[in-house]
Structure formats: structure tokens, C-alpha cells
Ligand binder design. Structure first.
Ligand code: TPP
Ligand code: SF4
Ligand code: MG
Length: 251
């Protein structure tokens, strides 16, 4: 897929890998007969939120933390769509955390990609709910005193029927995860480990430490796989009636 205009992310940002993996996924979906007009993109506010500016797909830039309500509305209004959201750790785990819990609980048939860089990037590096303990940021100059939230674990225990963790430095694996997530029937949640070169540069750490896992065969194993923040791959998938199916059935 053609990229639309000059990209404004900092050189070396992990978002480049996410964009590349997604554009490969869209090409694959198109080759398999899913027209581009059916893939609807929604982005939150933050550096991640610029992603739709660089791809040729119908898109909607929503307010901070509200990617999931927009995706849910789109799917309800037109079940033929494949609504795909891009959110940040601040966007999804601070401002919009409640929406993640409810989308997972409902099993709404949309996909959410969470760019987890452990900081509020666009606003120049304040700590977020996923910043690891001890990390120094603009707002935690002596080190973050709080334990971080684990997005994949939260999605899992809230009822998401597809949970995966990808890494911006492994576009091949990430693109395969993205494809599987978009094709999944039900709520698909993908946390993406995304180095922010300017405010939380985790490239070296991830390069040395991320590992690949195979999907868990049961829920308890999925819980323990998701607890290790360096495990990447599809963690869990299950079948359950979706929110839209339940809504249309009860109409
Ligand atoms: C309700 C609200 N609160 C705060 C802001 C200011 N704000 C804009 S972008 C941003 C940081 C976004 O961080 P994250 O979601 O992690 O995305 P990143 O920039 O790291 O990709 C914040 C706090 C806002 N726009 N709206
Ligand atoms: S501030 Fe961080 S997340 Fe934002 S574009 Fe730069 S490197 Fe990427
Ligand atoms: Mg962030």
C-alpha cells in the first residue's frame, strides 16, 4: 500500500514498524477479497494517532481515550465493516481504560492495536499506567513509584476472545498477528511493544529480551503467559457470541 505523505514521527520510532506491518496486512486482506473500504480505521490522540494520516483507508480521528466507542458504533451500524483501532498506552490505559473493559466484556467484534511505549509520547514523555516501576520520566524524575498495569492481562480477564502481544521490531510476526486479529470474530486485542526513541527508548532491552510463545490451550495458561511482559505472539483465542450478534438477536 502507498504511504500518503511525509511521516512526522521521530526517526527510529517504533511506530514505523507498526505502520509497515499494518500496510502489509491490509495488502493481504485486499488480496483475499476484502475491499479496502470495509476496513475502517479509528485512532486516538497521541503519536500513534497519526498512523491513519499515512495510509489510504477511511478513517476517523477520535478524542483521547475514545477509540473503542467509535469502533463499536461503526460495527453496530454496519456489520459488514472491519473496524480497526489504533490506541496508545495513555489513550487506552489511562484516559480510556473503562472502554477496554467493556469492549472485552461485550466481545464486540472489533480489533484494537495498542501502541505500548510506556509514556505519553506526544505530550513529551510523562509517565503512564504502563510505565515500569523505577523508570524516570518527565513526571517521575526520581523513578516511577507505581507498579504498571499489564494491558494484555487486563484484556484477558475482562473477556477478550483474542489476545496477543506483538513487537514493533518484528514486523513479520506482528503482521501475522494483525491479520489473525482482524479476521477474528469477537473482540481482538493486540498490545504492541513500541519503543519511543525520544522518551522511553527500549530498543536494546526488547532486542535482547523479547521471546516468542505459542498460543495457550486454556485460559489459566493464557493468564500466566500474559503476565510475562516480554512474551510475544498470540496468547489466547476463544469463540463466544459477539455483542453485535446478541444485539441483533434481541432486537
Ligand atoms: C482528555 C485529554 N486529556 C489529555 C490530553 C492531552 N494529550 C494529548 S496526546 C496525550 C498523550 C498520548 O499518549 P499515548 O496515548 O500514550 O500516545 P503516544 O503519544 O504515546 O502514542 C495527551 C495526554 C487530551 N488531548 N485530551
Ligand atoms: S515522541 Fe516517541 S512515540 Fe512519538 S514519534 Fe517520537 S519516538 Fe515516536
Ligand atoms: Mg504512549
Amino acid at each position: 500500500m502507498e504511504l500518503l505523505k511525509k511521516i512526522e514521527w521521530c526517526p527510529g520510532c517504533g511506530n514505523f514498524g507498526i505502520l509497515k506491518a499494518f500496510s502489509t496486512t491490509v495488502d493481504r486482506l485486499e488480496n483475499e477479497g476484502i475491499e479496502k473500504g470495509r476496513i475502517m480505521v479509528v485512532a486516538g490522540i497521541g503519536c500513534h494517532g497519526k498512523l491513519p494520516d499515512y495510509i489510504e483507508l477511511p478513517s476517523f480521528h477520535t478524542i483521547h481515550g475514545r477509540v473503542l466507542p467509535a469502533l463499536t458504533g461503526m460495527k453496530l451500524a454496519n456489520p459488514d465493516l472491519y473496524p480497526v483501532g489504533f490506541s496508545g498506552d495513555g489513550d487506552a490505559m489511562n484516559e480510556g481504560l473503562e472502554h477496554l473493559l467493556h469492549a472485552a466484556k461485550r466481545n464486540t467484534d472489533v480489533t484494537l492495536f495498542l501502541h505500548n511505549n510506556g509514556v505519553f509520547g506526544l505530550t513529551t514523555g510523562q509517565f503512564t499506567a504502563t510505565t515500569p516501576r523505577g523508570v524516570k520520566t518527565r513526571t517521575t524524575p526520581y523513578g516511577n513509584p507505581e507498579e504498571p498495569l499489564n494491558p494484555s492481562l487486563i484484556a484477558l480477564v475482562s473477556g477478550a476472545t483474542f489476545v496477543a502481544r506483538g513487537y514493533a521490531g518484528d514486523m513479520k510476526q506482528l503482521s501475522e498477528i494483525m491479520y489473525q486479529a482482524i479476521m477474528h470474530r469477537g473482540f481482538a486485542f493486540v498490545e504492541i511493544l513500541q519503543p519511543c526513541v525520544s522518551f522511553n527508548n527500549t530498543w536494546d532491552y526488547y532486542r535482547k529480551n523479547v521471546r516468542k510463545i505459542k498460543p495457550a490451550e486454556d485460559f489459566d495458561t493464557a493468564i500466566s503467559l500474559s503476565r510475562d511482559l516480554l512474551n510475544t505472539g498470540i496468547i489466547y483465542r476463544a469463540e463466544r457470541e459477539t455483542f453485535e450478534e446478541a444485539m441483533l438477536r434481541t432486537k
